[in-house]
Design a protein around this ligand. Sequence first.
Ligand SMILES: CC(C)(COP(=O)(O)OP(=O)(O)OC[C@H]1O[C@@H](n2cnc3c(N)ncnc32)[C@H](O)[C@@H]1OP(=O)(O)O)[C@@H](O)C(=O)NCCC(=O)NCCS
Length: 180
Amino acid sequence: MSSLGHALREETTDDSGALAGQTVVLRPTEPRHAEEFLAVLTEPEVARWWPDYDLDRVRRELLGPQVFAIEAFRETVGLIMFDEDEDPQYRHAGVDVALAPRVHGQGLGADAVRTLARHLFHDRGHHRIVIDPAADNVKAIRSYERVGFRRVGVLREYERGTDGTWHDGLLMDLLVGELR
Ligand SMILES: CC(C)(COP(=O)(O)OP(=O)(O)OC[C@H]1O[C@@H](n2cnc3c(N)ncnc32)[C@H](O)[C@@H]1OP(=O)(O)O)[C@@H](O)C(=O)NCCC(=O)NCCS
Protein backbone atom coordinates (compact mmCIF):
# COMPACT_ATOMS: atom_id res chain seq x y z
CA MET A 1 0.00 0.00 0.00
CA SER A 2 1.23 3.54 -0.77
CA SER A 3 2.00 6.05 1.98
CA LEU A 4 -1.16 7.86 0.83
CA GLY A 5 -3.10 4.67 1.50
CA HIS A 6 -1.56 4.42 4.98
CA ALA A 7 -2.31 8.08 5.75
CA LEU A 8 -5.96 7.54 4.80
CA ARG A 9 -6.37 4.28 6.66
CA GLU A 10 -8.97 4.65 9.38
CA GLU A 11 -11.61 2.19 10.48
CA THR A 12 -15.15 2.91 9.30
CA THR A 13 -16.58 -0.38 10.62
CA ASP A 14 -17.99 -1.19 14.06
CA ASP A 15 -17.28 -4.42 16.01
CA SER A 16 -19.82 -6.40 13.98
CA GLY A 17 -18.22 -5.28 10.72
CA ALA A 18 -21.22 -3.09 9.86
CA LEU A 19 -20.68 0.16 7.95
CA ALA A 20 -22.85 3.13 8.87
CA GLY A 21 -24.06 5.49 6.16
CA GLN A 22 -26.34 8.49 6.51
CA THR A 23 -29.58 6.46 6.38
CA VAL A 24 -28.37 2.98 5.43
CA VAL A 25 -26.37 0.46 7.44
CA LEU A 26 -24.32 -2.06 5.45
CA ARG A 27 -24.32 -5.38 7.34
CA PRO A 28 -22.09 -8.42 6.76
CA THR A 29 -24.17 -11.18 5.22
CA GLU A 30 -25.79 -14.01 7.18
CA PRO A 31 -27.66 -17.08 5.84
CA ARG A 32 -31.02 -15.34 6.47
CA HIS A 33 -30.12 -12.72 3.85
CA ALA A 34 -30.32 -15.25 0.96
CA GLU A 35 -34.11 -15.14 0.72
CA GLU A 36 -34.20 -11.38 1.27
CA PHE A 37 -31.67 -10.85 -1.53
CA LEU A 38 -33.61 -13.17 -3.85
CA ALA A 39 -36.80 -11.17 -3.21
CA VAL A 40 -34.97 -8.01 -4.32
CA LEU A 41 -33.26 -9.63 -7.33
CA THR A 42 -36.47 -11.14 -8.70
CA GLU A 43 -38.29 -7.78 -8.81
CA PRO A 44 -38.62 -7.15 -12.58
CA GLU A 45 -37.06 -3.67 -12.32
CA VAL A 46 -33.97 -5.19 -10.67
CA ALA A 47 -33.86 -8.50 -12.60
CA ARG A 48 -33.52 -6.43 -15.79
CA TRP A 49 -30.00 -5.50 -14.62
CA TRP A 50 -29.28 -8.54 -12.35
CA PRO A 51 -30.75 -11.47 -14.32
CA ASP A 52 -30.95 -15.20 -13.62
CA TYR A 53 -30.66 -15.49 -9.83
CA ASP A 54 -32.21 -18.36 -7.90
CA LEU A 55 -31.71 -19.30 -4.24
CA ASP A 56 -28.76 -21.62 -4.97
CA ARG A 57 -26.91 -18.95 -6.94
CA VAL A 58 -27.61 -16.31 -4.27
CA ARG A 59 -26.24 -18.63 -1.56
CA ARG A 60 -23.18 -19.49 -3.69
CA GLU A 61 -22.29 -16.00 -4.87
CA LEU A 62 -23.84 -13.45 -2.53
CA LEU A 63 -23.27 -14.60 1.05
CA GLY A 64 -19.53 -13.97 1.08
CA PRO A 65 -17.28 -11.48 2.85
CA GLN A 66 -17.34 -9.03 -0.06
CA VAL A 67 -21.12 -8.58 0.07
CA PHE A 68 -23.16 -6.43 2.48
CA ALA A 69 -26.90 -6.35 3.09
CA ILE A 70 -28.25 -2.80 2.77
CA GLU A 71 -30.50 -2.09 5.74
CA ALA A 72 -32.79 0.94 6.01
CA PHE A 73 -35.89 1.59 8.09
CA ARG A 74 -34.98 -1.63 10.02
CA GLU A 75 -35.36 -3.90 7.00
CA THR A 76 -33.14 -5.36 4.31
CA VAL A 77 -33.71 -3.28 1.18
CA GLY A 78 -30.89 -4.53 -1.02
CA LEU A 79 -27.31 -5.66 -1.35
CA ILE A 80 -24.00 -4.13 -2.32
CA MET A 81 -20.78 -5.96 -3.18
CA PHE A 82 -17.19 -5.33 -4.17
CA ASP A 83 -14.31 -7.15 -5.80
CA GLU A 84 -10.63 -6.31 -5.66
CA ASP A 85 -7.85 -6.55 -8.24
CA GLU A 86 -4.79 -7.14 -6.04
CA ASP A 87 -2.17 -6.84 -8.81
CA PRO A 88 0.01 -4.06 -7.28
CA GLN A 89 0.38 -2.37 -10.65
CA TYR A 90 -3.37 -2.06 -11.18
CA ARG A 91 -4.80 -2.37 -7.66
CA HIS A 92 -8.39 -1.16 -7.51
CA ALA A 93 -11.89 -2.22 -6.40
CA GLY A 94 -15.15 -2.65 -8.30
CA VAL A 95 -18.65 -2.19 -6.87
CA ASP A 96 -22.15 -3.45 -7.77
CA VAL A 97 -25.48 -2.70 -6.08
CA ALA A 98 -29.18 -3.59 -6.14
CA LEU A 99 -32.03 -2.01 -4.18
CA ALA A 100 -35.69 -2.96 -3.89
CA PRO A 101 -37.78 -0.76 -6.23
CA ARG A 102 -39.99 0.40 -3.33
CA VAL A 103 -37.06 2.47 -2.01
CA HIS A 104 -35.63 3.74 -5.32
CA GLY A 105 -35.13 7.43 -5.88
CA GLN A 106 -34.65 8.44 -2.24
CA GLY A 107 -30.87 8.65 -2.32
CA LEU A 108 -30.35 5.28 -0.62
CA GLY A 109 -28.34 3.93 -3.57
CA ALA A 110 -26.00 6.91 -3.41
CA ASP A 111 -25.79 6.54 0.40
CA ALA A 112 -24.88 2.81 0.12
CA VAL A 113 -22.30 3.34 -2.65
CA ARG A 114 -20.76 6.29 -0.77
CA THR A 115 -20.54 4.23 2.43
CA LEU A 116 -18.86 1.26 0.72
CA ALA A 117 -16.53 3.58 -1.22
CA ARG A 118 -15.42 5.20 2.06
CA HIS A 119 -14.65 1.74 3.46
CA LEU A 120 -12.69 0.74 0.35
CA PHE A 121 -10.65 3.95 0.42
CA HIS A 122 -10.14 4.30 4.17
CA ASP A 123 -10.05 0.75 5.50
CA ARG A 124 -8.82 -1.21 2.47
CA GLY A 125 -6.38 1.35 1.12
CA HIS A 126 -7.71 1.65 -2.42
CA HIS A 127 -7.13 4.79 -4.46
CA ARG A 128 -9.53 3.97 -7.33
CA ILE A 129 -12.98 2.38 -7.57
CA VAL A 130 -14.82 1.43 -10.76
CA ILE A 131 -18.46 0.70 -11.50
CA ASP A 132 -19.92 -0.43 -14.83
CA PRO A 133 -23.67 0.09 -15.24
CA ALA A 134 -25.45 -0.65 -18.50
CA ALA A 135 -25.08 2.41 -20.72
CA ASP A 136 -28.88 2.89 -20.69
CA ASN A 137 -29.27 2.52 -16.88
CA VAL A 138 -29.81 6.26 -16.44
CA LYS A 139 -30.96 6.03 -12.82
CA ALA A 140 -27.83 4.12 -11.76
CA ILE A 141 -25.49 6.44 -13.70
CA ARG A 142 -27.10 9.52 -12.13
CA SER A 143 -26.90 7.98 -8.65
CA TYR A 144 -23.18 7.16 -9.07
CA GLU A 145 -22.45 10.65 -10.41
CA ARG A 146 -24.05 12.01 -7.27
CA VAL A 147 -21.34 10.16 -5.28
CA GLY A 148 -18.56 11.58 -7.47
CA PHE A 149 -18.06 8.85 -10.10
CA ARG A 150 -17.07 10.13 -13.55
CA ARG A 151 -17.88 8.66 -16.95
CA VAL A 152 -14.75 7.10 -18.48
CA GLY A 153 -16.18 5.65 -21.66
CA VAL A 154 -18.54 3.22 -23.32
CA LEU A 155 -17.76 -0.50 -23.10
CA ARG A 156 -19.15 -1.60 -26.44
CA GLU A 157 -21.32 -4.74 -26.50
CA TYR A 158 -20.12 -5.40 -22.94
CA GLU A 159 -22.86 -7.57 -21.44
CA ARG A 160 -25.54 -9.92 -22.73
CA GLY A 161 -29.07 -8.81 -21.87
CA THR A 162 -32.03 -11.00 -20.99
CA ASP A 163 -33.03 -10.76 -24.67
CA GLY A 164 -29.80 -12.59 -25.60
CA THR A 165 -28.21 -9.63 -27.41
CA TRP A 166 -25.07 -7.71 -26.40
CA HIS A 167 -25.52 -4.29 -24.78
CA ASP A 168 -23.13 -1.42 -24.15
CA GLY A 169 -21.85 -0.72 -20.63
CA LEU A 170 -20.50 2.52 -19.19
CA LEU A 171 -17.19 2.42 -17.32
CA MET A 172 -17.20 4.96 -14.46
CA ASP A 173 -14.45 5.59 -11.94
CA LEU A 174 -13.89 7.43 -8.68
CA LEU A 175 -10.51 8.42 -7.26
CA VAL A 176 -9.78 8.91 -3.58
CA GLY A 177 -10.36 12.60 -2.92
CA GLU A 178 -13.30 12.81 -5.34
CA LEU A 179 -15.86 11.12 -3.03
CA ARG A 180 -18.82 13.40 -2.36
C1 LIG B 1 -29.27 1.91 -9.33
C2 LIG B 1 -29.79 2.05 -7.91
C3 LIG B 1 -28.87 1.33 -6.95
C4 LIG B 1 -29.80 3.56 -7.57
O1 LIG B 1 -30.29 3.72 -6.27
P1 LIG B 1 -31.46 4.80 -5.95
O2 LIG B 1 -31.52 4.90 -4.49
O3 LIG B 1 -32.67 4.41 -6.70
O4 LIG B 1 -30.83 6.10 -6.63
P2 LIG B 1 -30.59 7.54 -5.97
O5 LIG B 1 -31.85 7.99 -5.33
O6 LIG B 1 -29.33 7.51 -5.20
O7 LIG B 1 -30.29 8.37 -7.30
C5 LIG B 1 -31.11 8.26 -8.42
C6 LIG B 1 -30.85 9.44 -9.34
O8 LIG B 1 -31.38 9.15 -10.61
C7 LIG B 1 -32.37 10.12 -10.93
N1 LIG B 1 -33.38 9.37 -11.67
C8 LIG B 1 -34.33 8.55 -11.18
N2 LIG B 1 -35.03 8.02 -12.20
C9 LIG B 1 -34.50 8.53 -13.35
C10 LIG B 1 -34.77 8.37 -14.72
N3 LIG B 1 -35.74 7.57 -15.14
N4 LIG B 1 -34.01 9.07 -15.61
C11 LIG B 1 -33.01 9.88 -15.20
N5 LIG B 1 -32.69 10.06 -13.90
C12 LIG B 1 -33.43 9.39 -12.99
C13 LIG B 1 -32.84 10.68 -9.61
O9 LIG B 1 -33.39 11.95 -9.74
C14 LIG B 1 -31.52 10.70 -8.84
O10 LIG B 1 -30.71 11.77 -9.28
P3 LIG B 1 -30.53 13.11 -8.39
O11 LIG B 1 -29.82 12.69 -7.16
O12 LIG B 1 -29.74 14.01 -9.26
O13 LIG B 1 -31.93 13.59 -8.10
C15 LIG B 1 -31.24 1.48 -7.76
O14 LIG B 1 -32.11 2.27 -8.52
C16 LIG B 1 -31.34 0.02 -8.20
O15 LIG B 1 -31.04 -0.87 -7.42
N6 LIG B 1 -31.81 -0.23 -9.43
C17 LIG B 1 -32.04 -1.59 -9.93
C18 LIG B 1 -30.77 -2.42 -10.01
C19 LIG B 1 -29.67 -1.67 -10.71
O16 LIG B 1 -29.89 -0.97 -11.70
N7 LIG B 1 -28.46 -1.83 -10.18
C20 LIG B 1 -27.28 -1.15 -10.70
C21 LIG B 1 -26.54 -2.04 -11.62
S1 LIG B 1 -25.00 -1.24 -12.08
